[in-house]
Design a protein around this ligand. Structure first.
Ligand SMILES: Cc1cc2nc3c(=O)[nH]c(=O)nc-3n(C[C@H](O)[C@H](O)[C@H](O)COP(=O)(O)O)c2cc1C
Length: 327
């Protein structure tokens, strides 16, 4: 049944298919008893360094952008993910960029220029409170600034989001790397990380970085993260502007999927060398098989996330990869 629904959805335009999938998962949230688990993997408790209280049932998470409004994370937790990133949420609601803004590209890739379409933190918080008790894994809120907020005022947006959500989620991912909000990636600086440290709550906090940063720029940021007492680690990587432009001739948007893997893997390797196991490294980008997930682990990733491969391969993929990572 699930297989059929998934197969049919891939025949529809991508954003419409996504909306139907979210709707379907939302309904599941209401009808599933708390004990029902679609595909349970072997339970594995992972203690994240410095955060004894935060435990993941397995190492495979769902990346940000799938459940932007925190509407269906409880259903997604039953699909077999070990943790779920909800968002990116911004302080105020946003409609995002005009449609069409999401395309499938071969092989097993997506190009998106969504632009942080989301319901805003007020509604988002209500959703978290409503569905939290049905969710069986840690929830991380991915947070970003509004399009209308200048970079000079961006810190206030992050501060508001920390304040509104710190008691509702298990941790935060600070998104500084989406290519679809003008100027956002300029906040990937040591100076801005220092400002964030000063306002960060006592929670697990990861920083999500772009794959298109130079090795030098990434090294500087990672060294800052390593020496920080507030930051838990980093999420590598977001979508790639460079691949969208150079391999698909797209003037806007970020690429995700199969072709991102080598870039992300390389950056995870660099990060593992710099962080030296002192911080938690979350790897993402083009993980579309068990083999690739294991490569990320061998490169030094503590946790692995997926987005595009889940869209193309569905729930069975989650079960297989989560089990492989647990062994
Ligand atoms: C349609 C779409 C929307 C996304 N939205 C977000 C987002 O809101 N915030 C974010 O940090 N990343 C977002 N991402 C990026 C993913 O979280 C992930 O970093 C990227 O897709 C690479 O992983 P993948 O190759 O497994 O898809 C989005 C990706 C896609 C395809």
């Amino acid at each position: 049944m699930l297989w059929l629904v998934h197969h049919l959805l891939l025949k529809f335009p991508p954003e419409f298919a996504h909306q139907v999938a979210v709707c379907f998962l939302k309904i599941y949230q209401y009808i599933l008893p708390k004990s029902f688990v679609l595909s349970q993997t072997k339970v594995l408790s992972i203690k994240i360094k410095g955060l004894d209280a935060l435990k993941f049932p397995n190492r495979l998470g769902l990346a940000a952008g799938f459940d932007k409004n925190a509407e269906c994370f409880a259903s997604l937790s039953r699909v077999g993910f070990g943790f779920i990133e909800v968002g990116t949420v911004t302080p105020l609601p946003q409609t995002g960029n005009p449609k069409p803004r999401l395309w499938r590209v071969a092989p097993q890739g997506l190009i998106n220029q969504m632009g942080f379409n989301n319901c805003g933190v007020e509604e988002f918080k209500k959703n978290i409170l409503h569905f939290r008790s049905r969710c069986i894994v840690p929830i991380l809120a991915n947070i970003g600034k509004n399009k209308s907020t200048s970079n000079e005022s961006a810190l206030k947006d992050y501060q508001q989001l920390f304040k509104e959500l710190e008691n509702e989620v298990d941790g935060f991912v600070i998104n500084l790397s989406s290519p679809n909000t003008e100027g956002l990636r300029d906040l990937q600086s040591v100076e801005f990380l220092e400002k964030l440290e000063a306002i960060a709550p006592s929670k697990a906090i990861w920083v999500k970085l772009a794959p298109d940063l130079s090795q030098e720029a990434l090294t500087e940021l990672l060294e800052k993260i390593r020496s920080s007492s507030k930051l838990t680690g980093c999420v590598l990587t977001n979508t790639s502007r460079k691949i969208a432009l150079e391999q698909y001739q797209r003037m806007e948007g970020g690429y995700s999927g199969t072709k991102l893997f080598e870039t992300s893997l390389e950056r995870v390797g660099w990060a593992a060398e710099i962080l030296k196991g002192e911080k938690t490294l979350v790897a993402i980008g083009g993980v579309d098989s068990t083999e690739r997930a294991l490569k990320m682990r061998r490169a030094g990733a503590d946790l692995v996330e997926v987005y595009t491969a889940f869209v193309y391969q569905g729930a069975k993929f989650v079960k297989t990869v989560a089990s492989a990572l647990a062994d």
